[in-house]
Design a protein around this ligand. Structure first.
Ligand code: COA
Length: 607
């Protein structure tokens, strides 16, 4: 069966749908369509049996849905309609939410119901729910809908608001006034709820020092207090603002203004700068496992011979300073008398590599790119050379680019069922990438596959990653819930403790040391790094400004120029079996003038 995925962007949900359908052996094409005409073109070229829309912000033209079955994946319960479903679910404190697969008809989201899936709501931001519970529920309902369609016999139920199980209804877009924060009266729980309902996009509009900013990344503070509205502390890029009954940490801000004009999301302290000169930095110890409510992006815990290096970076983006602090944490873990170290990444993303927003905002983006990738390499080197410990990487969230290569430095890599991995860099303007990937990726999958994965620029499922040896195992969720962070962590603890107390632990560690020594003799890690950095040097300071253009477009959420270096993303939907992976990319347009050429820099300088 031929399935066309029509989406506004090749985002994580579309990528997930793509890899799920491919692994079920459907013939799949993806079109990132933003206009009626691009949708028509994709349908005409591919001639699909079924059209699925995992994330479509545009209305499908009548001539398409009248002639083809089009199923929309909508993040709401049966009967729910409107553009801000998840925002409302958070604001209304719904206990349970869901995803429906509805047929496209005249009125948006009001077609017949092909499938639905419910999940318990969790206290988290809109984007966090979207990347976890919604993504899992979406895949469940999508697959049920596909199987039902395939039978040719299933008749979807029309939307009928008189039925008791149809609890949803139409809700218009959330108006700014409906979630505006009143710092003099709102309680912490309400402030956090409002911020989370708008996070990651568009962010919650507020004022700081009389200037308008969108707030992102809200966390409750359990100890600090102050005059409501005042900024009373800062830590690791976040600011802490007092409320009537406590305080709230806000990790990121975006000045009001068009993202296209460079008003991008950054750590709050970078945005406010000298306005915070009199605000105290309130540190929190690294090795500290009391369950105090506060904000921290890195912490270390230790139990039963296992050290856990926890990190939670907003959007998985790791700037120079994040990498340096995480490296310190890894080195602290290495100094401890434990046997196993677990690298435990974030819930939303494990990591997405170097911090493109911070780089873009830097006075010298090429120099900042260089500092960032070197800090990342230092971190990876610390993991690769941890020969007194066995190292486990635990991926609950998806990962991209350097964020995929980072965990490959560990001895064992475990990933949650249902995430996607993007083990490639080239989509970012032909970026070569570092993180010692030329050592760790071929070591796991072989040279040929390493080349294929990094050249194709396609996401892969964890099932595929396991089948080629890129990861060691998949942590499968319990049947009861689409998502279970605690269950995942408990399983990792059991795996780590079993390994730490295994009879053959000493032999395993000895084998690890010998392999490292042997590998070092064949080719030193330093040489891998120098070779990768030579390529990165070209990306940052060479004649081709593609990386700078692509990064600039990415952080401004503008169409990216065509990825001439990516083999798969270049193909257009063409309707034959060879084009299974075809991605018709609306980003193949570029409206940018070339950026000024930065000065070339010597490899190895500044380290
Ligand atoms: N630096 C800064 N921000 C990043 C980032 C990075 N490396 N990677 C992702 N983000 C941000 C996005 O801008 C977006 O921000 P928003 O909250 O303002 O919307 C958010 O993370 C989510 O990203 P998005 O692309 O919407 O998520 P996705 O799940 O659909 O896609 C990826 C995930 C990994 C495919 C995609 O984010 C990506 O290509 N990231 C860039 C990876 C990269 O090239 N890293 C640098 C080289 S090491």
């Amino acid at each position: 069966m031929k399935i066309l995925l029509l989406s506004s962007a090749y985002n994580s949900l579309t990528q997930l749908a793509h890899v799920w359908l491919k692994s079920s052996h459907y013939e799949v094409a993806v079109a990132t369509a933003t206009t009626a005409e691009t949708m028509r073109q994709a349908v005409m070229q591919f001639q699909p049996d079924l059209i699925l829309c995992p994330m479509l912000a545009q209305v499908i033209p009548r001539d398409i849905w009248e002639n083809h079955t089009c199923i929309i994946i909508h993040p709401g319960i049966a009967g729910d309609r409107g553009p801000n479903s998840l925002d409302w679910a958070i604001l209304n404190e719904e206990k349970e939410w869901g995803v429906i697969a509805v047929q496209a008809e005249e009125h948006v989201d009001s077609g017949a119901l092909w499938a639905s899936y419910r999940f318990p709501m969790r206290e988290g931001s809109k984007s966090s729910l979207y990347r976890d519970e919604v993504a899992q529920a979406a895949m469940q309902s999508m697959m049920v809908a596909v199987h039902r369609f395939e039978t040719g016999l299933f008749v979807p139920a029309p939307l009928d608001y008189s039925r008791p199980e149809v609890r949803g209804r139409y809700r218009p877009a959330v108006k700014p006034a409906q979630r505006q924060i009143d710092w003099q009266n709102d309680r912490v729980a309400d402030i956090i709820k409002k911020i989370r309902s708008a996070d990651g996009q568009p962010g919650l509009l507020d004022e700081i020092g009389g200037e308008p900013f969108y707030l992102h990344g809200a966390h409750e503070e359990g100890t600090l207090i102050g005059i409501p509205g005042d900024i009373i502390a800062k830590r690791h890029g976040a600011i802490c603002r007092a409320a009537v009954d406590g305080a709230v940490w806000i990790s990121h801000l975006r000045p009001k203004g068009r993202q296209a004009d460079g008003f991008i999301k950054l750590p709050a302290t970078d945005v406010l700068g000298s306005l915070l000169d009199n605000v105290p930095e309130v540190p929190v110890p690294l090795h500290y496992s009391l369950p105090t409510r506060t904000y921290r992006d890195i912490w270390y815990e230790e139990r039963n011979d296992v050290g856990y290096v926890n990190f939670r970076f907003y959007n998985g983006a790791m700037g120079t300073e994040h990498c340096q602090r995480l490296n310190e944490a890894v080195n602290y873990a290495k100094s401890r008398p434990t046997k196993v170290i677990v690298l435990s990444g974030g819930r939303d993303f494990f990591s997405n590599g170097i911090h493109l927003n911070l780089i873009e905002a830097a006075a010298d983006p090429a120099e900042e790119s260089w500092q960032n990738i070197n800090a990342m390499d230092d971190l990876v080197l610390s993991i690769l050379t941890a020969t007194d410990h066995y190292v486990i990487a635990a991926l609950y969230g998806s990962a991209g680019a350097g964020g995929v290569m980072l965990p490959l430095a560990a001895d064992r890599v475990f990933a949650r069922e249902g995430i996607v991995l993007n083990p490639h860099y080239k989509g970012m303007g032909g970026l070569y990438g570092s993180e010692y990937w030329t050592y760790s990726l071929p070591k796991r999958v072989g040279q040929e596959l390493a080349l294929q994965l990094t050249e194709q620029c396609l996401p892969i499922s964890v099932e595929y990653a396991k089948s080629i040896g890129m990861i060691d195992d998949i942590i499968i969720q319990d049947g009861c819930c689409p998502s279970n962070f605690t269950g995942f962590q408990e399983q990792i603890v059991r795996i780590a403790e079993k390994l730490a107390h295994a009879e053959n632990y000493a032999a395993l560690l000895e084998q690890k040391r010998q392999v490292r020594e042997a590998d070092e003799k064949i080719k030193p890690l330093e040489q891998y790094r120098m070779e990768e950095l030579e390529e990165m040097n070209q990306n940052f300071w060479g004649e081709d400004p593609a990386y700078h253009i692509a990064r600039s477009a990415f952080v401004r959420k503008l169409p990216r120029p065509g990825n001439v270096q990516c083999s798969a993303t270049l193909k257009l939907v063409c309707g034959n079996a060879q084009c299974e992976d075809a991605v018709q990319n609306s980003r193949n347009r570029c409206a940018f003038s070339p950026v000024a050429m930065p000065q070339r820099r010597a490899v190895g300088a500044g380290r």
